[in-house]
Design a protein around this ligand. Structure first.
Ligand SMILES: [Zn+2]
Length: 60
């Protein structure tokens, strides 16, 4: 099969940043399900863009 080619390691569309209701914080969600909260949106995006590099060795 060619599933590996049909599934890119990471795409911008698979990364999400949402506001955490009731707080002034943002929650970044990676395509793999990992999450990180931060008060600064720049910090969240930097983590998201750097995160796939750390865990690209496999999915659970
Ligand atoms: Zn991830």
């Amino acid at each position: 099969m060619t599933a590996s080619q049909a599934l890119p390691s990471h795409t911008p569309e698979s990364l999400r940043v949402v506001w955490v209701p009731g707080t002034d914080r943002l929650l970044g969600i990676c395509h793999c399900g990992a999450q990180r909260q931060a008060g600064d949106p720049i910090e969240v995006w930097q983590w998201l863009h750097g995160h796939p590099v750390d865990h690209d060795h496999g999915e659970p």
